[in-house]
Design a protein around this ligand. Structure first.
Ligand code: F6R
Length: 598
């Protein structure tokens, strides 16, 4: 999973490509590179490490031209080295290729190429593409690309330059997103709209198995048989570009501070009628799909549906769902949750569900994403662009809007009275304000982070909805601070994990349900008397009797809603633990924002 960008037009290709790569760096930052058609040759500059390294190299050896491709990499095959960085060129640099996705049959292709005398210089699955196009070239680049693409298995979006065509870009899409953008006498290719948005008046989203030939003025689309395909451009609206977040020195911190606004705007724009149509549809079961934090937001929905509507919901981690025997029939309503709408596992799971005839309701933050286009209906989260790798405001908005869906379901099917519905909705509308209150306690949460930062290991613990919050807290802390962290239901401790509660270990408890306060107090004692230290995030009404090293009081809310509030405290703790441990908070090692490979 990587970001690709392409440019052809009147401007300086290097500048435009670097600008695009800056916006795409969230998709991977193990290496970056560009290839430019200089008029005579295809010239490549590429570097392992952050984009700054590539910028330094280009300052020393500038590349001038009007047409080029660029890449920012998240390593899947081959370490993060200069040699494994994209773009890749064929022998004598006749073709240059950037690739996002995975070529699953690359070993067979590599053998095929080696048998014909081709020397491969990288350990990647991507390099073979450039050589294959070269091998098939007999005077027409488009034909060579179509033939090569037919040999490729896996998922991919490609940007391609041919030395034979100075001001032409080629792009290919199969199961990985690719967009063409039109500006004034210039055109772009990009993995996502954020990379080119500021230059484009119009954009077109490619369908699978499409090849595009792009010049400054014109784009032609073809299928793999070289038959022309329609390609519809539409206005690049402001909504598409997404609102930008005020910047407080770190994207993660800035985005946490945007949680209240994201919740508020998402709930204000809730498409009640459209969701009502889906919820009144013909289904027996609801199943949730998502990965990582998006999956955790789904768990909040699952808990609320059980506690408020009394209805069981199946939760599916998308990658697991893909390997399991599918037990859901067509009478299952799938709710697919994804910030980017481009997560490969989630998209594949949705395709599988749709193949069985199920309806899919998407929760997504990117209006033109692959997920939004696949789903029967989409509820947008209005978070603006989320740049930090760790999901924060998107998780909070997803959880809030899923609660809204739960309440609408409960209302439609008479699971709650009108009066209960009114009270729940009122409380939902107060959640944004309550997260604001948590953010005001930032200093106290930073103090907690100071004690956690030196822990040998951390356990995030809770019961019921608090366990959902604990799971998200644990993920956030481990991914940005690299502190070993695990989430557990508090009641499960005594069945094994208590063996790890020794000096140097910390337990972060969530206690937001007054009905469970005593049980939680007992769990805290169990941990502390074995030498571990306990920190508690407790709602005021659920803090009684809890004795811990530190307790932070959170605003009270309905227990099923509490992860929306308590996870903001956890997000701030994760942020400060990472800062104290000297981590690159916005770009944690080995990760990328959008995981577009299975
Ligand atoms: C964690 C995180 C990831 C994403 C996951 C799904 O902070 O950001 O776990 O939540 O990769 O991404 P989306 O929501 O784009 O499908």
């Amino acid at each position: 999973m990587c970001g690709i960008v392409g440019y052809v037009g009147k401007g300086n290709a290097t500048e435009r490509l670097i600008k695009g790569l800056e916006s795409l760096e969230y998709r991977g930052y193990d290496s970056s590179g560009i290839a430019v058609h200089t008029g005579a040759n295809l010239v490549v500059e590429k570097k392992a490490g952050r984009l700054a390294k590539l910028r330094e190299a280009l300052a020393e050896r500038p590349l001038r031209g009007r047409c080029g491709i660029g890449h920012t990499r998240w390593a899947t095959h081959g370490a993060a080295t200069d040699d494994n960085a994209h773009p890749f060129t064929s022998e004598y640099s006749k073709f240059a290729v950037v690739h996002n996705g995975i070529i699953t049959n690359y070993e067979a292709i590599a053998r095929f190429l080696r048998a014909r005398g081709v020397r491969l210089r990288s350990e990647t699955d991507s390099e073979v593409i450039a050589h294959l196009i070269d091998l098939y070239y007999t005077g027409d680049t488009l034909s060579a690309i179509c033939r090569a693409v037919k040999d490729l298995e896996g998922s991919f979006a490609l940007g391609i330059l041919s030395v034979y065509e100075e001001n032409v870009l080629y792009g290919v899409r199969k199961d990985s997103p690719l967009i063409v953008g039109k500006g004034e006498k210039e055109s772009f290719l990009c993995s996502d709209i954020s990379g080119i948005s500021e230059f484009c008046e119009e954009v077109a989203f490619l369908e699978d198995d499409t090849v595009v030939r792009v010049t400054a003025e014109r784009t032609e689309a073809y299928d793999l048989m070289k038959k022309k395909r329609p390609l519809s451009f539409r206005k690049n609206s402001r909504a598409e570009r997404g609102r930008e977040t005020p910047f407080f020195g770190s994207h993660m911190l800035s985005e946490i501070r945007e949680v209240p606004r994201s919740i508020e705007e998402t709930l204000a724009a809730y498409p009640e009628e459209a969701v009502g149509r889906i919820l009144r549809g013909d289904f027996d079961v609801i199943a949730l799909l998502g990965c990582g934090s998006a999956y955790h937001a789904g768990l909040v929905f699952k808990t609320a549906m059980r506690e408020i509507a009394g209805v069981p919901v199946r939760d599916c981690i998308a990658s697991e769902f893909l390997t399991e025997r599918q037990t859901e029939g067509e009478r299952t309503l799938f709710i697919a949750v994804s910030q980017s709408g481009e997560t490969a596992d989630t998209l594949q799971a949705v395709r599988r569900a749709k193949k069985r005839g199920s309806k899919v309701l998407a929760i997504c933050n990117a209006p033109s994403s692959s997920l939004s286009r696949l789903a029967d209906e989409t509820v947008m989260t209005h978070c603006g662009v989320e740049r930090a790798v760790a999901a924060t405001k998107s998780y909070s908005a997803q959880a809030a809007v899923l609660l809204r869906i739960c309440l609408q379901y409960a209302d439609i099917y008479g699971k709650i009275t009108k009066e209960e519905s009114r009270l729940y909705l009122e409380e939902l509308s107060r959640l944004a304000e309550k997260t604001e209150e948590v953010i005001r306690a930032e200093k106290a949460l930073e103090e907690i982070a100071k004690s956690l930062a030196s822990a040998d290991a951390l356990f995030c613990l809770g019961r019921g909805a608090d366990h959902c919050a604990a799971k998200e807290a644990s993920l956030k802390i481990k991914e940005v601070s690299y502190l070993f962290s695990e989430a557990y239901p508090s009641g499960e401790l005594k069945h094994g994990t208590l063996a790890l509660m020794t000096k140097g270990v910390f337990a972060l408890f969530f206690s937001t349900d007054p009905r469970l306060a005593e049980k939680n107090a007992a769990s805290v004692e169990e941990v502390r008397c074995r030498g571990a230290q306990a920190v508690v995030l407790a709602a005021e009404s659920a803090a009684k009797a809890i004795r811990a090293e530190r307790t932070i009081l959170l605003p009270d809310t309905i227990p099923a809603f509490s992860p929306v509030v308590s996870s903001v405290a956890a997000q701030l703790i994760a942020y400060y633990v990472a800062v104290i441990r000297g981590c690159d908070v916005d770009r944690p090692r080995n990760l990328a924002k959008s995981v577009t490979v299975e």
